[in-house]
Design a protein around this ligand. Structure first.
Ligand SMILES: Cc1cc2nc3c(=O)[nH]c(=O)nc-3n(C[C@H](O)[C@H](O)[C@H](O)COP(=O)(O)OP(=O)(O)OC[C@H]3O[C@@H](n4cnc5c(N)ncnc54)[C@H](O)[C@@H]3O)c2cc1C
Length: 415
């Protein structure tokens, strides 16, 4: 088969991470970049994101990456050159925990403040003013981020790509990549990931569903949960699974006011306002993940889930007796074993991965793009507080997961 096209860098996947990486590459002078998207831009996890923006992470590098996200989203009009920003609503972010998690909360807030993140503990009186409809009785402690809020991942993804196109990036939609091409192709693919770079040949391009090939010096795999199958084709094991998440939109029956996003780590739910006056209600209980085929799962919430979620919601907001379910939908997190992303070189030279964002990928996307560009161009992170080693693929084989030093009971590693 003949090679029909080429690029310095091919990015597989037109979700928010591929888009952010494309834009970041142009800012490092790498402009001969081709983004290949099998469907349409933002049609994967990006289009289903709740868009919550918080820096409240126990893992310091993630907190710093999220803080970069706050700056980008706040100043998107100037930074990305888009007329009306990207839909960020800086309504604030509030997290409440029970007595067993109060010490962890304080430690996480102190660690974040120490690296310059605008966050602090909040007392119940202040929280009651921020969220008048909430019953706060079973919370023991709160943290508040006045500059947090929620945004629009789909719109942000398109804005990254618009900026990337200005820099020379080409985007092709409706183009499924079926195979990564390597110089040292192995029939059995028995070389498994886990070591450093360089043990599995060299990426030389990709093959598309129509059989055509695109030559590339570098391939960035940013295809969400679908990255695993493509990586497996060149003997790289990406430990990714699709975890179904169900989202409810509820009409509260009465105006709730100008409320911040609330992470309720007692009820294990999150609630954020919509511009319509409705509330978006998501799940923070990851004790029984629902693993699914990302191409075949129920697209709306299950009745049993709705019943459980409505119970949790009613417990937290007893003052909203006329709540009605407006609609529901479901999406998939691309989850790694430690619920943290893989942003990494691989055993195949020239093949990089940005996948496994495990439900955090919107807010950190600008920093993800920069880290990918750093790895591709310089081989290391340019940011001392975002060490490339944190996100290396080999941590799984080394049994050295990236975990929070101050986790919360029940919320797993999502915080
Ligand atoms: C329900 C839900 C709620 C979330 N809430 C939040 C939140 O509140 N805050 C937050 O920060 N994050 C949140 N996230 C996470 C965040 O949205 C994701 O981490 C992020 O969008 C992932 O982006 P991505 O580019 O890695 O993947 P995706 O958006 O899935 O993009 C991957 C792309 O690759 C394409 N692709 C797949 N295979 C191929 C192939 N073979 N060839 C070419 N293209 C291919 C797909 O079509 C897709 O467009 C949420 C996610 C979900 C699902």
């Amino acid at each position: 088969m003949t090679v029909q096209a080429s690029a310095d860098v091919v990015i597989v996947g037109g979700g928010i991470e591929g888009a952010a990486a494309a834009w970041a590459l142009t800012r490092k002078g790498v402009c001969n970049v081709l983004v290949l998207e099998r469907a349409t831009v933002g049609s994967g996890g990006t289009g289903r994101s709740s868009g919550i923006v918080r820096c409240h992470y126990g893992v310091r590098s993630l907190a710093v990456m999220a803080w970069h996200g706050v700056q980008l989203l706040t100043h998107a009009t100037e930074i990305l050159g888009v007329a009306d920003g990207v839909g960020f609503e800086p309504v604030g972010y509030l997290v409440g925990v029970g007595p067993g998690d109060a010490a962890a909360l304080a430690a996480n807030v102190a660690a974040a403040a120490a690296v310059g993140i605008d966050t602090r503990l909040a007392d119940p009186t202040e929280v009651a003013e921020l969220w008048p409809a909430a019953d706060l009785a079973d919370f023991a402690a709160f943290a508040y981020e006045p500059r947090g809020g929620y945004g629009d991942a789909y719109r942000t993804c398109h804005a990254y790509l618009a900026a990337a196109r200005q820099g020379g990036v080409r985007v092709r939609q409706g183009v499924p990549v079926t195979r990564i091409l390597t110089s040292g192709e192995r029939a059995g693919g028995d070389e498994r990931a886990g070591g450093g770079e360089g043990s599995g040949g060299r990426a030389i391009g990709v093959e598309l569903a129509d059989g055509s090939r695109i030559a590339a010096g570098t391939v960035v795999l940013a295809a969400g949960v679908w990255s695993a199958a493509l990586a497996a084709g060149v003997g790289v094991d990406l430990p990714l699974r699709a975890q179904r998440e169900q989202i409810l939109l509820v009409a509260p029956g009465a105006p709730v006011g100008n409320v911040p996003v609330l992470s309720d780590l007692v009820g294990l739910q999150y609630v954020r306002p919509e511009r319509s006056g409705e509330l978006l209600v998501g799940n923070s209980d990851h004790s029984r993940p629902q693993w699914v085929d990302p191409d075949a799962y129920p697209g709306t919430a299950d009745p049993q889930y709705v019943e459980r979620a409505v119970g949790r919601f009613a417990h937290r907001f007893p003052g909203l007796p006329e709540v009605a379910l407006s609609s529901s939908y479901a999406g998939c997190y691309d989850v790694t074993p430690d619920y943290n992303p893989i942003i990494s070189a691989t055993p195949v030279d020239g093949l990089f991965v940005a996948a496994g964002f495990s439900g955090h990928g919107f807010k950190i996307s600008v920093a993800v793009g920069e880290l990918v560009a750093d790895l591709v161009v310089d081989g290391d992170s340019s940011h001392p507080l975002i060490p490339a080693a944190d996100f290396r693929l080999s941590r799984f084989a080394e049994n050295a997961p990236l975990v929070s030093p101050h986790p919360y009971a029940g919320a797993g590693q999502m915080r």
